[in-house]
Ligand binder design. Structure first.
Ligand code: ADP
Ligand code: F6P
Length: 474
């Protein structure tokens, strides 16, 4: 059955829902964790749009109902596509390379073939559901070839591309055996958006160097077209998170959590996907050294580390999980007592209300990635602190640091610096904490997910009709 075409099509590797197994063994659908879904899902709610993506399994594409008015168009991946495209080229070549090569990127010709094949499939799916002259918004590093492939199939469309992760400096990107094809793929778009101005600058430099095209950080000439480039830092639904965090049941849940944690004087919280870019090991080391040195005591201070498993079949992720779990075990064994662990370690996915309660219970939120495109957890924490309390310890290498300048900023590679800044955040005066939090909350109030979408889509959609419609939803 052919569905009606859509005026707005979002193309992302992942659909906003994942299949998972319910306690009774039945298959159920739940929102997938990850920044991209957190950003786009609330935005599109009640907008007549289609989301083209993968549902997280292999085999034939399931037929999915619309969610909050957004149609789901599932792209199937075979077991080979999953291994070579998603786990291979996307997450073992591009992901580490784009995050400062904190793990060694791997290059395999078979992975590149799968990347091309899967990008072609996504481009065809988008071409099939977009209305004439419609707008297609392609997301992230899994789909960098889609803009060009889609333009070849549907020259009538306006095509946007947004990269949620960092775009690396030329000396790293130049390692890629198929660097020219990746750049050309992105240049199929009318507007290429990055999280930070530095990324747009890196991209323009590479276009000149590799493709010999005329380029500035804002405009690139390709054949007879001009491709625009810019920084559009992604955000969250600030009002939704604040409303959730202020709900009486969430406030009560936060109180209960604190009680269950042993009513400590201070709770430190970290919420991450289990990813080597998130700096989990460095943070655990800093915490463990503070315990060993007597600077923090288990009875007074607890660390809650949420680390939801991610990309579990990729070798580097398996190694990381083993190492983190061994270290948590060691720290608890060494410093915990019966009924008083030093670290409360949780790997479950939580619903939004539970996350909001965790944010409300955290006196210090430690967000210390080694490199991160944005980091929406940091923004969620700020949005949830409706009473202007709470200290955000934030890595300089998270995109969010460019906006949340009043956070306690830290270089997570500097172990002594990390320990000192964690202590500073724990010992800060309520006035200092309050002043910083108020400033960050005011920033997020103005720069929420709708402001992000408005600025990006108004640059892409010159008729402005779509932006007007998005502005009236929510
Ligand atoms: P990334 O995109 O690398 O995963 P972000 O910090 O930008 O990192 O986004 C992570 C998103 O996933 C946030 O919206 C966060 O609330 C969500 N998330 C993280 N851990 C969990 C969890 N255990 N359960 C549910 N959602 C989670
Ligand atoms: O932000 C980068 C990203 O790959 C997003 O596309 C996604 O939201 C998140 O990380 C989770 O990753 P995955 O889709 O591989 O589970």
């Amino acid at each position: 059955m052919r569905q009606n075409p859509s005026s707005l099509v979002v193309v992302a590797n992942r659909l906003p829902i994942d299949d998972s197994v319910a306690p009774d063994g039945a298959c159920e659908w739940r929102r997938s964790p990850g920044g991209l879904v957190s950003a786009l899902h609330p935005l599109l709610r009640h907008t007549p749009a289609t989301w083209v993506g993968w549902a997280g399994g292999t085999g034939p594409a399931p037929r999915l109902p619309a969610i909050d008015g957004v149609r789901m168009h599932c792209v199937a991946l075979t077991a080979e596509d999953l291994r070579d495209h998603y786990e291979g080229f996307a997450n073992a070549t591009l992901w580490p390379l784009y995050h400062d090569a904190v793990e060694q990127p791997e290059y395999h010709r078979r992975w590149w073939e799968a990347y091309q094949r899967v990008n072609q499939r996504f481009a065809e799916a988008a071409a099939a559901v977009a209305e004439p002259g419609g707008l297609v918004w392609v997301q992230d590093y899994h789909l960098q070839l889609v803009p060009r492939l889609l333009r070849a199939l549907r020259p009538d469309l306006r095509i946007g591309f947004f990269l949620h992760v960092p775009f690396p400096p030329p000396e790293l990107f130049m390692q890629l055996p198929r660097r020219a094809e990746l750049l050309r793929g992105m240049l199929g778009a009318d507007l290429i958006g990055f999280q930070r101005a530095q990324a747009a600058h890196n991209f323009a430099q590479l276009v000149v160097k590799v493709l010999d095209l005329p380029a500035t950080d804002r405009r690139i000439g390709v054949d007879d077209r001009v491709v625009r480039v810019g920084a559009y830092p992604v955000s969250i639904d600030t009002a939704e998170m604040a409303a959730l965090a202020g709900r009486p049941d969430v406030t009560a849940r936060a109180r209960r959590l604190r009680h269950d944690l042993g009513d400590p004087q201070q709770v430190i919280l970290s919420v991450d996907r289990m990813d080597y870019t998130k700096g989990i090991e460095q943070r655990l080391k800093a915490y463990s050294e503070l315990l060993a040195g007597g600077d923090v005591k288990v009875r007074d201070t607890v660390l809650v580390q949420v680390a939801v498993p991610s990309r579990e079949r990729v070798g580097q992720y398996q190694i990381l999980r083993d190492r983190v779990e061994r270290e948590v075990g060691r720290i608890n064994g060494e410093f915990g007592r019966v009924g008083e662990p030093a670290i409360h370690y949780l790997t479950q996915p939580f619903d939004r209300a539970e996350l909001a309660a965790l944010y409300r219970v955290a006196d210090v939120m430690a967000v210390t990635p080694l490199r991160d495109g944005m980091n929406l957890v940091a923004k969620e924490y700020v949005a949830a602190r409706v009473d202007d309390t709470g200290a955000l310890l934030l890595s300089e290498f998270a995109g969010a640091a460019a906006e949340l300048e009043q956070a306690y900023l830290v270089n997570p590679h500097d172990l002594e610096g990390l320990k000192q800044m964690l202590l500073t955040a724990l010992r800060a005066s309520p006035d200092d904490v309050g002043d910083r939090m108020r400033a960050m909350r005011a920033h997020l109030h103005r720069h929420d997910i709708r402001a992000w979408a408005r600025s990006y889509l108004s640059a892409l959609d010159q008729t402005g009709s779509l932006v007007t419609r998005l502005g009236s939803t929510g």
